[in-house]
Design a protein around this ligand. Structure first.
Ligand code: PNW
Length: 490
């Protein structure tokens, strides 16, 4: 066991990169400006009755479409090495397809990228963060296999226009949230609610879309543009609720369904979906009278095509949950369903600190276990933490967010100490923003945004000063306190 782990000051290795993240629909606003087309979130937030908790939308959001220079200034104030943002597909291609390329959309991202570079901050560009063109949703969106071609055509426009200056790329943000939450459930647009089938068709298409764009970059752009391209997968740690063999197996299955289904095909030595996922779905499908598994097959050539298609593993992680096996599962979930396929009951431990978001609890040791399992499963891949953060109801004195970041970064240092190959860390989020179905009721920003003021004023929270000092010193000094006037007055 290491001694320096116990001391209150701990150091990040040379070259470790720090950043913060946002996503286009959550911060930009300008929803119908300068030729932008409609995305599924524009349509969702204008439905009546509204599916959004506070009836709000991202029509204006934090107005980063007009205030991006202030966002870059904030990134500079924090001392970030990189800023992770996403591109709005319909700002570039209003109809989703390449018959019409919107020059003003290209100009907006050129402005953002150039402003970042002027300030010595690396642009880290996410190609897709959930705002699918509505015109493509009409054609089935992520369950139409043609989506892989639409996505490649779109990505090509981004490489052609921005690849001379952008060297960090994420293809797709969080396949599970796209597929399960959007097609299996109703917690994200397009609210398809076809669980047991929809999320699995989507999973295959997302993997192939990602891999096609990876290969496009590899074959046609890498040599000239010299960047890195990967995928960001949301990973929850599921811990067994007891140490019985059954619960340990159950928790493992929950992890395989949550993120293994996306990570295994790309990062495992053999590729393909995890054996636990294939086995459970095939077994249940047969039992339910389907003539074949509801999980689509990946052919040998598809397995080969997807395997290895990422320069790094982008890990988005926020929380942990408990899992256990229970005989009454059959009565708990409809069949077929994703939850029934996993075959476990999932709960929370009420003793874990609770965030403003219902799903979010602080479990730093779960983060440590997650990183260790990724190391073991996938031969210690290069990992970038592409999202991690904490929600509050608001306010500048966010001591619980400070505690969360410190504890999660401590767990990260522990994992580095065990040999995990983590090269960067990204806070979610740079600024408060539109939190999807929760609207503006949950705040994730290091900087507060005053959504009631016409100029959407941004102010640093206490956590911003703490993060800034961590980045400046490359150390985690648990005793560092910013002057309180700084928190109140800046
Ligand atoms: C992320 N989980 O979603 C998204 O990438 C952001 O757009 C979002 O604003 C942020 O988290 C906060 O919700 C999540 O598994 C993905 O617990 C996964 C989980 C939670 C949030």
């Amino acid at each position: 066991e290491c001694i320096w782990c116990k001391s209150s000051i701990r150091r990040f290795p040379d070259g470790f990169q720090f950043g913060a993240s946002t996503a286009a629909y959550q911060v930009e606003g300008g929803w119908s400006e300068d030729g932008k087309g409609l995305s599924i979130w524009d349509v969702a937030t204008h439905m009546q009755p509204s599916p959004i908790k506070d009836g709000s939308s991202g029509d204006i959001a934090a107005n980063s479409y007009h205030l991006y220079k202030r966002d870059v200034e904030i990134a500079k104030e924090l001392g970030l090495d990189f800023y992770r943002f996403s591109v709005s597909w319909t700002r570039i291609l209003p109809n989703g397809l390449t018959n019409k390329i919107n020059k003003l959309g290209i100009a907006y991202y050129n402005g953002l990228i150039d402003e970042l570079l002027r300030n010595n901050i690396k642009p880290f560009l996410t190609i897709y963060h959930w705002d699918l063109p509505y015109e493509l949703q009409k054609l089935g969106g992520w369950v139409n296999p043609l989506v892989t071609e639409w996505f490649v055509d779109y990505a090509k426009v981004l490489f052609d226009n921005f690849g001379d200056r952008v060297q960090l790329w994420v293809t797709i943000n969080e396949p599970k949230q796209i597929c399960y939450e959007g097609y299996g459930d109703v917690s994200k647009a397009p609210f398809i609610n076809a669980t047991g089938i929809g999320e699995y068709i989507c999973a295959k298409n997302v993997l192939l879309a990602h891999a096609k764009v990876y290969h496009l970059y590899n074959d046609h752009y890498r040599q000239l543009q010299n960047g890195s391209i990967g995928i960001s997968i949301s990973c929850t740690w599921f811990d067994p609720a007891s140490d019985t063999f059954d619960d340990q197996q159950g928790a493992r299955d929950a992890r395989r369904f949550d993120w293994g289904i996306y990570a295994h095909p790309i990062f495992s030595k053999d590729g393909d979906f995890p054996i636990e996922v294939k086995r459970n779905i095939a077994y249940k499908s047969a039992e339910q009278g389907y003539s074949k598994s509801r999980l689509p097959v990946l052919s040998n050539s598809e397995i080969t095509f997807i395997r290895g298609s990422s320069d790094f593993f982008g890990v988005n992680t926020y929380t942990s949950k408990l899992a256990y096996r229970d005989a009454s599962l059959d009565e708990m979930y409809p069949a077929p369903s994703y939850s029934d396929d996993i075959g476990v009951v999932i709960t929370k431990d009420p003793s874990w600190p609770q965030g403003q978001s219902n799903w979010l609890q602080e479990v730093p040791w779960g983060f440590y276990k997650l990183l260790m399992e990724i190391k073991d499963l996938y031969e210690n891949p290069l990992v970038f933490i592409t999202e991690n953060g904490w929600s509050t109801a608001g306010g500048l004195l966010d001591d619980d967010r400070v505690r969360y970041y410190r504890n999660y970064l401590t767990a990260l240092l522990d994992a580095l100490n065990q040999g995990c190959n983590v090269k960067g860390y990204t806070a979610w989020s740079l600024i408060d923003n539109f939190e999807w179905k929760q609207g503006y009721t949950e705040k994730f920003g290091l900087y507060q945004v005053d959504f009631t003021s016409p100029d959407l004023t941004r102010r640093p929270r206490k956590s911003a000063y703490i993060y800034k000092e961590i980045i400046r010193s490359k150390q985690l000094d648990l005793n560092f306190e910013p002057a309180l006037e700084e928190v109140y007055e800046s």
